[in-house]
Write a protein of this length. Structure first.
Ligand code: PEP
Ligand code: MG
Length: 625
């Protein structure tokens, strides 16, 4: 295996090993080197045989419904059909990025799938089964697809040729393929099919959800490449957290690869090379060595203080998305956890974790930090963060909103479901006896949300005291994420209600520029150096500083060393980022003076053009080597 990272412990065992579906393959594609460009999201270079993620044969409890539920079940089916159409439409749109011969091969297949979602035999049969036999939509889809595929195979005459049989099998496979997509959209089940990946494999798939990424074992997988996804989406965040070299948004990849093909994933250059030539392989091996050397150099920075040349102390903390990262955080030289994304606790399970389970998880993390502070963010459900357990428990709808990023997200869900919120607050309070903790509220947009959350927080404190639970005498501070333009522009008022701010530049960029952060099609528009985003960060920072209130940045901007001098110049002194980014940012911090950063920030904030801003930042960085 050609991984560039230190070994990390094995995560808890996943679901049973799956069979790997052979991805659509084309015998017409020559086995010569092909290079694909995408979005580099996690540094490092991986070399290995490729394997596709595939959902295992869906294990759906074939459940019955009541006659009164037929309409609701049909509506679920309609949502899944619409979503499947949208996915196929996107795939088709992106084919234009491929060479013509590949387009000619793939486009008809996508057309077949799309037609099957219309008034096809499959869809008619599915609807009849829902109504006539009173079964759930997913049960109907599976049963009807099986029946059609069997009918197709039955057309084979006893003396039909192998070629004819293969052609019938292909038609059956197409029906199953579209059925799988529908079931995946109906159940929102993660792929859960990584346990059987061969060691050292490069994982290639159309799409990888954050919950799927959470199941990857970084000591077995060499690298990841997908067709969908953007630089700061949650899947990218997870892959960085796992230290897996990764490139997302690579059009045409799944159709071009065959399981077992050799590939290079270059998470620095943002390329994926299939069937690399001897030269490309040699150059990739050199890159692997260079990256490992850089890691060693950075390791030496670990014990040096994070302070500027003129001795201004700067707080560098780590973001934690999975407990598997704890050893990396300790090695990185980060002082504490500035953002614990608690979503991992709720992912890939049937029901939400209870108070005791959550308390144990938080306590283990707080203890592992040996007295360094830990900021635990309350559950941030919504947007791309789909969590089955919440739908199963009835907390969130199990159909997908038309516009989930603008819907029931973060604090909105927590206030609507106080039981969910109270359970988590109680667990955090109980874990807080093990070390310094802060509590962070996600997706705040207005004052009343903070007031309501504080009321609930105080109620939980009183209840735990009555119950005789041990919690800190001085309860942990209650802070808020500044990650919507509304919150940033209300920062002066919010500063009166909150105990601290954490600026979430990922969502702030997405909402300010109206760009889905995980969407490869609009990735070029997602730009944290857009002057509008920078002005919001400056406005919120200054509001906090006027109140002498702690303020930090915990979005991906904090991890970008090019932006560190600018953020220091704006007045920020606390940054939280993926553990692997800490040394690089520390190196920059140690090489700058605050005065120079302030001058840089002034000239940047005068600009109205993001390209000019990037020039200024690059020049500043190159002048300091
Ligand atoms: C952010 O939005 O910048 C952030 C840190 O939160 P998340 O990435 O988890 O949405
Ligand atoms: Mg966010």
């Amino acid at each position: 295996m050609n991984r560039t990272d230190p070994p990390v412990p094995t995560p808890p065992p996943g679901p049973p090993a799956p069979q790997h579906r052979r991805l659509a393959r084309s015998s017409a594609i020559p086995r010569q080197e092909r290079r694909f460009a995408g979005i580099p999201v996690s540094a490092g270079v991986a070399i290995g045989p490729v394997f596709g993620t595939s959902e295992p044969e869906p294990v759906i409890a074939r459940h019955k419904i009541h006659a009164a539920d037929i309409a609701a079940e049909s509506a679920r089916l309609d949502v899944a059909i619409a979503q499947s159409r949208k996915q196929l439409g996107k795939l088709r749109g992106r084919l234009t990025l491929l060479p013509e011969d590949s387009q000619a091969e793939i486009a008809p297949l996508i057309d077949v799938y799309t037609r099957m979602l219309g008034s096809s035999r499959l869809m008619r049969g599915v609807r009849q089964r829902i109504e006539g036999t009173l079964v759930s939509a997913e049960t109907a889809v599976i049963e009807e697809a099986d029946a059609i595929a069997a009918a197709i195979m039955a057309q084979a005459a006893p003396d039909s040729s192998a070629e004819d049989r293969a052609s019938l099998r292909r038609r059956g496979d197409e029906v199953h393929e579209i059925a799988r997509r529908l079931v995946r959209n109906l159940t929102r089940a993660p792929f859960r099919s990584f346990a059987g990946l061969p060691e050292g494999a490069v994982l290639i798939s159309e799409e990888l959800r954050p919950a799927d990424a959470a199941l990857l074992n970084p000591s077995r997988v060499a690298g990841v490449a997908t067709e969908e996804g953007g630089a700061d989406g949650h899947t990218a965040v997870m892959l960085r957290a796992l230290g897996l070299p990764a490139v997302l948004g690579v059009a045409g990849l799944t159709q071009a690869m065959r399981p077992g093909d050799m590939a290079i994933v270059d998470g620095i250059a943002g390329t994926v090379t299939l069937h690399p030539s001897a030269e490309s392989l040699a150059s990739a091996r050199r890159a692997v060595t260079a990256f490992a050397r850089e890691r060693q150099r950075f390791a030496r920075l670990r014990r040096l203080p994070a302070e500027t040349e003129d001795k201004e102390p700067v707080e560098l903390q780590a973001n934690l998305e999975l407990p598997i990262e704890l050893p990396l955080i300790v090695q990185s030289g980060a002082v504490g956890i500035g953002l614990l994304r608690s979503e991992f606790l709720f992912m890939n399970r049937e029901t939400p974790p209870d108070e005791a389970t959550q308390t144990e998880s938080y306590r283990a993390i707080v203890e592992a930090m040996h007295g360094d502070p830990v900021t635990i963010r309350a559950l941030d459900w919504g947007g791309e963060k789909e969590i089955e357990a919440l739908a199963n428990a009835g907390y969130v709808p199990d159909t997908i909103d038309a516009n989930p990023a603008l819907g029931l997200r973060g604090i909105r869900l927590l206030l609507r479901e106080p039981e969910l919120f109270e359970t988590q607050l109680a667990a955090i309070l109980r874990a807080a006896v093990a070390g310094p903790v802060r509590i962070l509220l996600p997706m705040v947009t207005n004052l009343s949300e903070v007031r309501a959350a504080r009321e609930i927080y105080e109620r939980v404190i009183r209840r735990l005291r009555r119950r005789g639970e041990r919690i800190p005498e001085k309860p942990p501070p209650l802070g808020i994420m500044i990650e919507t333009p509304g919150a940033a522009l209300s920062a002066d008022a919010l500063a009166l209600e909150a105990d601290f701010f954490a600026i979430g530049t990922n969502d702030l960029t997405a909402y300010t520029l109206a760009v889905d952060r995980g969407d490869a099609d609009v990735a070029t528009l997602y730009d944290p150096t857009h002057p509008a985003v920078l002005r919001l960060i400056q406005f919120a920072t200054e509001a906090a500083l006027r109140m002498r209130m702690p303020v930090s940045v915990c979005g991906e901007m904090a991890a970008n060393p090019l932006l560190t001098p600018l953020l220091l110049g704006i007045g920020l002194r606390s940054f939280s980022m993926s553990a692997s980014s800490v040394p690089r940012v520390k190196q920059v911090v140690r090489g700058v003076e605050i005065d120079a950063c302030v001058r840089l920030a002034r000239s940047v904030m005068d600009q109205s053009d993001a390209a000019r801003i990037r020039d200024l930042l690059t020049t500043f960085a190159s002048e300091r080597g």
